[in-house]
Design a protein around this ligand. Structure first.
Ligand code: ZN
Length: 465
């Protein structure tokens, strides 16, 4: 029995872990590296194992950094069974197809750039994978996992998906392994959410195991409280609309967009926000994701489920408009005030939000509200850090709008919640820390007691014993 690590090692992206037992090879996640150029180039490197040798691919959830290299895995020969929850199947399809489109665009852009520089460039620039590759990999989708119901992968090998409360359909995965006399219980945390959030249930209590592989995204810090963040959102909306401005919310298409919609709807219902406030969800991907949410009430917490079963839509309010078409999105540029516009990308590196920033950043009466993580070097980070101008579509746009960063919305458990989760796994002999920056991982390692802590490097292999 062996485990080896092929992504998200001392890093927050590219999750990919391989388990070998009784002649079977089981991959947990196959995510994309995201971030700077060097990291992105990692994606095209060999996986560190032969894709055609993998029997099963278990997907914890549909974020790109967990599913983004699956089309490439299939393109390079993976023919095994992909198992995940029904909600993750739909979300991962959306995420992988979107990613394929972006890869194709990027390859075209690079080809044009090379041609400009070197004249008639003969070197063909291939995308990492194409839309066709993403469609082809869907053929590998097999059984749908239900929470807490063990699935047999092979005699003596079982996988159980456990609600991780991170995004719709997300799971931790328990592997029960048998090889001769040797038995081993191995738990992958996946990305963990935390208790008391909207829409999703709290993460389920994890089982007691021999080995844990766990994420450490926020292993070194504690979150702000959620309720003050929701109050702040309502205040910004009311104040901005009261003075005739627009509120622009750069938002991630998955989970955050639905969460913000949920709170805005609640705000309208509780009289915290004006009835018929115009809210535009201006992102085809976020609109599709919202429709997928509506199809999966089995993932909702009791409150959201009650709303859905009473026939009301947890993500809709009187003034809500979905703008899927480009012309409808462009029409938003003419709105002078009174609108809340949610658009991607969350870090303003691309997507429709850049148009909205161009038209609203310079206006003192407008507000830009950041509700998610903003990495260094992104326009979102520049604006948050107080830049006087930002460059958008080749123009320097002065930043005069009110800038708000609302820090309490997070899909990840913080240090205290990660620790509490780990404690419930019953003193595992070994704990592998993954999916965290160096500082976060080391801070979290110091907090762990009665377990051997390992922080694997890329392609490192361990015996499970
Ligand atoms: Zn995630």
């Amino acid at each position: 029995m062996k485990i080896s690590f092929h992504g998200a090692d001392q890093n927050v992206t590219g999750s990919c872990h391989l388990v070998e037992c009784a002649g079977k090879r089981i991959l947990i996640d196959c995510g994309m590296y995201q971030g700077g150029r060097e990291l992105r180039e990692e994606n095209a490197e060999p996986f560190g194992f032969e894709p055609s040798s993998i029997d099963f691919l278990l997907l914890t959830h549909a974020h790109l950094d967990h599913c983004g290299r699956i089309p490439l895995l299939a393109k390079r020969g993976f023919k095994g069974e992909l198992i995940t929850t029904a909600a993750s199947v739909e979300l991962a399809r959306l995420v992988m197809l979107d990613s394929a489109g972006l890869q194709e665009e990027e390859a075209l852009y690079q080809a044009r750039k090379a041609k400009r520089r070197h004249g008639n460039n003969k070197r063909k620039i291939e995308p990492l994978y194409t839309t066709m590759d993403a469609l082809n990999c869907l053929e590998c989708i097999g059984r749908r996992a239900r929470y807490d119901q063990p699935l047999q992968l092979a005699p003596g090998i079982h996988a159980t998906f456990i609600d991780a409360g991170h995004i719709l359909g997300s799971a931790s995965i328990l592997l029960e392994l048998e090889e001769g006399e040797h038995r081993h219980r191995l738990l992958f945390s996946g990305d963990l959410g935390y208790s008391g959030r909207a829409i999703l249930r709290d993460p389920a209590t994890p089982p007691q195991v021999d080995t844990v592989v766990m994420e450490t995204t926020y292993g070194d810090r504690l979150h702000k409280q959620l309720q003050p963040s929701i109050d702040e959102l309502y205040d910004v909306v009311n104040e901005t609309i009261g003075r005739g401005g627009n509120v622009i919310i750069p938002t991630f298409a998955l989970e955050r967009a639905q969460e913000v919609l949920y709170y805005l709807r609640e705000g309208v219902e509780n009289g915290r926000i004006e009835h018929f406030t115009n809210v535009f969800l201006d992102s085809p991907m976020a609109i599709s994701a919202t429709e997928i949410f509506e199809r999966h009430p089995e993932c909702f917490n009791a409150e959201t489920l009650k709303l859905a079963s009473d026939g009301s839509d947890p993500f809709a309010m009187a003034g809500l408009h979905f703008t899927r078409e480009t012309f409808a999105s462009m029409a938003l540029n003419r709105i002078d005030g009174g609108a809340v516009i949610m658009a991607g990308s969350g870090m303003c590196t691309g997507g429709r939000v850049r148009h909205h920033l161009k038209h609203n950043l310079w206006g003192k009466h407008n507000s830009i509200v950041f509700v998610g993580y903003a990495a260094n070097g992104t326009p979102a980070r520049q604006i948050i850090d107080g830049a006087e101008h930002v460059r958008i579509y080749g123009e320097d746009i002065p930043v005069r709008a009110n800038i708000h960063t609302i820090g309490g919305f997070s899909a990840h458990a913080d240090q205290a919640e990660l620790l509490a989760w780990h404690q419930q796994t019953g003193n595992p002999k070994t704990t592998f820390l993954v999916h965290g920056e160096d500082r976060s991982m080391h801070a979290f390692a110091k907090k762990l007691k009665n377990t051997q802590v390992e922080m694997p490097v890329l392609h490192q292999e361990y015996e499970l014993g």
